[in-house]
Design a protein around this ligand. Structure first.
Ligand SMILES: Nc1ncnc2c1ncn2[C@@H]1O[C@H](COP(=O)(O)OP(=O)(O)OP(=O)(O)O)[C@@H](O)[C@H]1O
Ligand code: SF4
Ligand SMILES: [Mg+2]
Length: 345
């Protein structure tokens, strides 16, 4: 990753964000008047991202990455916590201010097939985004659509074609152009390359890097691929069971992870050459259910160095010097131990 955004002011600051889902009760539970169960998808996430910075968010499947993304673009209403955008309380915005936030914080979805309307031409889809938010006068829309296609390296004649006429990689370029049409400050990209062929993933990743540098975007890049996150991010946030358990500058975190979960993931496979899905067995035991998360530290049932207090006291995400934060009672002790100590036998 070239460059760093260490000194930039955060544009998006998230603190203690929570989002639960009420689960549908089986008929018997309804008849027996058993209480509704809730699933804690996001359970107190704190993180920040600065202008010109890429924050990589990694975590196993089901740890709450997409729910977090949807809360940040206001597709879901969070239950608790705060989101500050450019100093404003983003969760309290309404009317024009809320529309301005929706414009400034854009999402790029994992599935470039599902996120485009098959009956609307690419030019109309981009033009619609431009006119809804009154980005340019109507007479200038065609020219701006052309400029957006240039930006994502698609030919200008793409404007008159329909989504089914494009490959997966090209459709993701269209998705990115649509997000950029409204001149956002923050892009939240939720696994934007994982549905694509391996051969085109690198092209889309490079496009993100190019656009981010060129436009000075704050980019929150969600992925389960550790190698990719290392390549693309200035900083990394590692999520486990709805929380951020460690965050820090990418190279420092990869070279000396301090949370036992991060250490287990990263030490299990030399050179961190594969993604989390194939590393899952590197961490002992099953991922606990977010319907009944463990008390205390959520990682304690799987942690090889858990102490009695870990079963009772939730470790806070504490700064350990500079911007590095770890949610572990023993992070200081772990830091000096060999990484292998955190991996299950
Ligand atoms: N709309 C919903 N209703 C009920 N439960 C949900 C809903 N959306 C997500 N969940 C649950 O919330 C938890 C977090 O899901 P989420 O999709 O945010 O995880 P993720 O980290 O994005 O996973 P993946 O890597 O597989 O995309 C999971 O247990 C999931 O089953
Ligand atoms: S707080 Fe305890 S259980 Fe949790 S990661 Fe640290 S040592 Fe392990
Ligand atoms: Mg997801």
């Amino acid at each position: 990753m070239i460059g760093t955004a260490d000194t930039a002011e955060p544009i998006l600051v998230v603190e203690g964000l929570k989002k639960s889902f009420a689960l549908r009760r089986p008929t018997l539970d309804v008849l027996m008047r058993r209480p509704v169960k809730t699933l804690r998808a996001v359970d107190g996430v704190s993180l920040s991202v600065a202008r010109g910075e890429t924050l990589g968010v990694v975590g196993e499947s089901g740890c709450g990455k997409s729910t977090l993304a949807r809360c940040l673009v206001r597709l879901y209403e969070p239950d608790a916590g705060s989101v500050r955008f450019g100093g404003q309380d983003a969760l309290a915005l309404s009317g024009d201010d809320r529309r301005a936030y929706n414009r400034r914080v854009q999402m790029v979805f994992q599935d470039p097939y599902g996120s485009l309307n098959p009956r609307i031409s690419v030019g109309d889809a981009l033009g619609e985004a431009l006119s809804v938010h009154r980005i340019v006068p109507s007479g200038e829309i065609a020219a701006r659509v052309g400029a957006l296609l240039d930006l994502v390296h698609l030919p200008r004649d793409a404007a008159s074609r329909y989504p089914h006429e494009f490959s997966g990689g090209q459709r993701q370029r269209i998705g990115i152009a649509r997000a950029l049409a409204v001149e956002p400050s923050v892009i939240i990209a939720d696994e934007p390359v994982s549905a694509l062929d391996v051969s085109v993933q690198a092209q889309i990743v490079n496009l993100f890097l190019e656009l981010q540098e060129r436009l000075g975007l704050a980019l929150l890049f969600i992925t389960h691929d550790l190698r990719l996150v290392r390549h693309i991010s200035h900083r990394v946030a590692v999520m486990y069971l709805g929380r951020v358990v460690e965050t820090g500058a990418t190279e420092a975190l990869f070279n000396a992870p301090r949370h036992p979960y991060t250490r287990a993931l990263m030490s299990a496979v030399p050179q961190v050459a594969v993604g989390l899905r194939s590393q899952r067995e590197a961490v002992r035991g099953e991922l606990p259910s977010p319907v009944a998360p463990p008390p205390g530290c959520p990682f304690h049932p799987r942690c090889p160095i858990a102490e009695p207090r870990c079963r009772e006291i939730v470790p806070a995400l504490d700064p350990r010097g500079g911007a590095w934060e770890v949610a572990c009672h023993l992070a200081g002790d772990v830091a000096s131990a060999p990484a292998r100590a955190a991996v299950s036998a």
